[in-house]
Design a binder for this molecule. Structure first.
Ligand SMILES: [Zn+2]
Length: 418
């Protein structure tokens, strides 16, 4: 939010620009010292834009599918299960009749925040908007929870160095899609849908805008799919809890002279508003495409089996690994732009492939998820949540392009609008 306001040429070095006010042409010529401190950049974080995090290419004719997406073995984004910290009797969201899933949000204690170094001001009025930031930190490719938590701890220390009492923003999103509380007290008030803590993320807006920091730098890089999906869900939840219209989602630069949240992420804000609106509209839309469904297609090398009782429906398909473009595909009609969970069902037995590539097509890109099919079958396995565009197309494909000789399995997939 602030680190991007100035040069990144001197990471970890204090910024000397503390006393330079914002351009008066933006109508902010009367900022107090406190605002200036809050808006100034003191520390940079590594090399900005060091890594481009475009979704993994899944072109079947290309090289073996890459593996930039979370795998199922402990590296997947958090589920949408209600946060155990949420009071059981938490008031309903302010938008009556809308059911928005409460995302898992790691509290300050969970990610290991240091204690605040002073009094955190609070307001009893609800915030009226959301401001999107990026941290202008390196676009790490470690999408693990631990990595996200570590960056959150780093951010807090940088904000302490700014002279702030605590992390500046209310909420933080990691590149792997983990959501964290920012400033102490933000989470409990969000869960209650009443009031907030005064942040330090945008002068003039700190008591009325929820600040969300997206870890990374999005001046030219695109946010990872996991981050984007979670951002949509998080914004929908915030809007629901506080009664904020999805049109009231802005970028930091809309209120402060700054590059934040980067040209690419800023250009995606209309899409964000649209997807949040769709999420708020609510839906129980879901579709299952089995290997016997009309939406399924596969070549003759994909043989049919009824061997495992863990199959979905009457049968499933299997094939040997090969470096060929020979996908089993699942076509579906995505009814609207929005956030969707994609799941796969397959029989998981020893002797099946431990790294089967599942390719998810969102309509604007694709991600490859490696799935261990030697275990954990006979149930829906989440391949993640994705921001998808409306339309009929192949949404999921299973590739033979992987290692070993163990069969890759294509059984059923389920797509659910969130
Ligand atoms: Zn910002």
């Amino acid at each position: 939010m602030h680190t991007h306001d100035h040069s990144h040429d001197h990471p970890y070095e204090p910024d000397s620009d503390l006393t330079v006010p914002y351009p008066s042409s933006r109508g902010r010529n009367a900022l107090g010292r406190r605002d200036l401190l809050r808006s100034a950049v003191v520390l940079g974080i590594g090399a900005a834009g060091a890594t481009i995090a475009a979704p993994a290419s899944a072109a079947p004719a290309g090289p073996a599918p890459t593996d930039a997406s979370p795998t199922r073995d402990g590296d997947a984004p958090p589920s949408l299960a209600p946060d155990p910290e949420a009071p059981a009797d938490a008031p309903r969201g302010a938008l009556a009749g809308v059911e928005v899933a409460a995302p898992t949000i790691a509290s300050c204690a969970t990610w290991g925040a240091a204690a605040a170094r002073g009094t955190i001001d609070t307001v009893s009025t609800n915030p009226n908007k959301i401001l999107i930031h990026h941290t202008a930190s390196a676009n790490v490719t470690d999408y693990s929870q631990a990595a996200g938590y570590q960056i959150a701890r780093d951010i807090q220390q940088w904000h302490f160095a700014n002279g702030w009492v605590d992390t500046g923003q209310h909420l933080t999103l990691s590149r792997g899609g983990y959501v964290m509380e920012g400033r102490h007290g933000s989470l409990s008030r969000l869960r209650n849908g009443s009031g907030t803590v005064v942040g330090a993320h945008a002068p003039g807006q700190n008591s009325q805008a929820i600040g969300i920091e997206s870890q990374g730098t999005y001046t030219s890089a695109t946010p990872p799919a996991q981050l984007w999906s979670r951002l949509v869900e998080l914004c929908a939840y915030i809007c629901d809890q506080y009664g904020i219209a999805p049109t009231q989602i802005y970028g930091h630069r809309d209120y402060t002279a700054t590059a934040c949240p980067g040209d690419v992420l800023y250009s995606m804000l209309p899409q964000l508003r649209s997807e949040v609106a769709a999420a708020l509209a609510g839906s129980s839309w879901s579709v299952i495409v089995d290997n016997t469904s009309a939406g399924f297609a596969a070549g003759s090398s994909w043989q049919t089996s009824t061997f495992s009782a863990e199959r979905y429906g009457a049968s499933y398909r299997y094939a040997t690994p090969a470096e060929v473009s020979d996908l089993a595909t699942y076509s579906a009609t995505i009814p609207s732009n929005g956030s969707y969970r994609v799941e796969a069902w397959f029989p998981g037995i020893a002797g099946y492939n431990t790294s089967t590539p599942f390719i998810v097509h969102t309509g604007s890109g694709s991600s490859t998820i490696r799935v261990d099919q030697s275990t954990g079958g006979g149930a829906w396995l989440s391949l993640g949540t994705y921001a998808m565009t409306a339309g009929t197309r192949t949404v999921v494909a299973v590739s033979r392009w992987t290692q070993g000789t163990a069969y890759v399995i294509a059984d059923a997939i389920r797509i659910t609008r969130l």
